[in-house]
Design a protein. Structure first.
Length: 355
């Protein structure tokens, strides 16, 4: 073994550079200098940021050179690129790019995003008028010449997860229909992280529903026979990933704060569904959506014992203070059902958007 090592060392010492390898030798020298010189580092001071719909938020990102105190070397222009990571991490959605005086935002982010630039090494992104769709993980990438580095920041929205099934009944939505059903109710399809946080806060629901990554899951806080067995541990049950076109389940939706007023319309008589729609319009509002009643209940503590029509044809009422005859055992948005729109009479919940 020692003799072999000796031969290797002799070979290295006696090796002469080939006359045509001058460029390779030069490249080697540059590589060594780059390793010992300033190395670009991108850092997010916070890995998770919280906000709510309609608000403004700053996603932190700064860049440094490991062996210098300056932000950039001055030999190359700094390029900053922000993208949003998808749930499967295989694709990225362009959000914002900046290089020198050039600035460009993309898609729904146009006119809502810009760099904070509080210092020469600040690449933090400001997002204004937060939308539900803005929830997720964002990647900050800084490029200078041949060097680049990235940092990831998660944007979480304060809100509420709620289970949803259409008038047709349980397990009638494929994945794409589930996405649309949530959008129709002023919400988006929930992520696993959002469902998990809702479970930790006490959400218990035995029907399996789609999540944004295409999986089907449901949260159980009180194990029982129809829901995985009474001897199982509490948790989020996972059915796995199913065919988005053919498989049919319910859906878990997520909604956050809203820019408007949710209220029960005081009316002299009970109303059919069509009369309820017209009554809200006459009052300068629209009939409220399911996401809006959940947001008002969870985020604003709205409490009303009167059952009322909602936009999807369901009848519900929000209880924040459990009491006799009004959800005596728990705070919840109580579900009456999908009554006959033409003959059943109820009150109505309206929503008036702020201008």
């Amino acid at each position: 073994m020692m003799s072999l090592l000796f031969l290797v060392l002799i070979s290295v010492c006696w090796a002469e550079p080939h006359p045509d390898n001058s460029s390779l030798e030069h490249e080697r020298i540059i590589h060594i200098q780059e390793e010992n010189g300033p190395r670009l580092l991108v850092v997010a001071e916070q890995a998770k940021i919280f906000s709510q719909r309609g608000g403004n938020v700053t996603l932190p990102c700064k860049f440094y050179h490991e062996h210098t105190s300056t932000a950039g070397s001055g030999t190359h222009k700094i390029r900053v690129k922000w993208t949003k990571l998808t749930s499967d991490y295989l694709k990225e959605v362009d959000v914002f790019v900046a290089m020198g005086q050039h600035r460009k935002s993309y898609g729904k982010y146009q006119g809502r995003v810009f760099l904070r630039e509080s210092s020469e090494n600040d690449a933090s992104l400001i997002i204004t008028n937060i939308m539900l769709e803005d929830y997720g993980r964002y990647k900050c990438e800084v490029i200078e010449g041949l060097e680049d580095d990235t940092a990831v920041v998660a944007l979480n929205l304060e809100g509420v997860v709620f289970p949803y099934s259409p008038r047709l009944g349980r397990y009638n939505l494929n994945f794409h229909e589930a996405q649309q059903a949530c959008l129709d109710q002023d919400s988006i399809i929930a992520s696993f992280d959002q469902l998990y946080e809702a479970w930790r806060s006490g959400l218990d629901w035995c029907n399996a529903g789609w999540l944004s990554d295409g999986s089907v899951q449901y949260p159980i806080t009180k194990p029982r026979e129809p829901c995985g067995g009474k001897n199982t541990v509490p948790g989020v049950r996972n059915y796995g990933f199913w065919d988005k076109e053919k498989s049919r389940y319910d859906v878990f939706c997520f909604t956050s704060n809203f820019n408007g007023r949710f209220y029960y319309l005081i009316h002299p008589t009970k109303l059919t569904y069509d009369e309820a729609v017209q009554a809200c319009l006459k009052d300068g509002a629209q009939i409220a959506k399911v996401g809006q009643i959940f947001a008002a209940w969870k985020l604003l503590g709205y409490d009303r014992c009167d059952a009322g029509w909602l936009a999807d044809g369901s009848v519900r009422y929000p209880i924040s203070r459990p009491r006799k005859r009004c959800s005596p055992n728990e705070a919840a948005v109580r579900f009456v059902g999908f009554p006959d729109k033409k003959h059943k009479l109820y009150g109505v919940y309206c929503f008036r958007a702020y201008n």
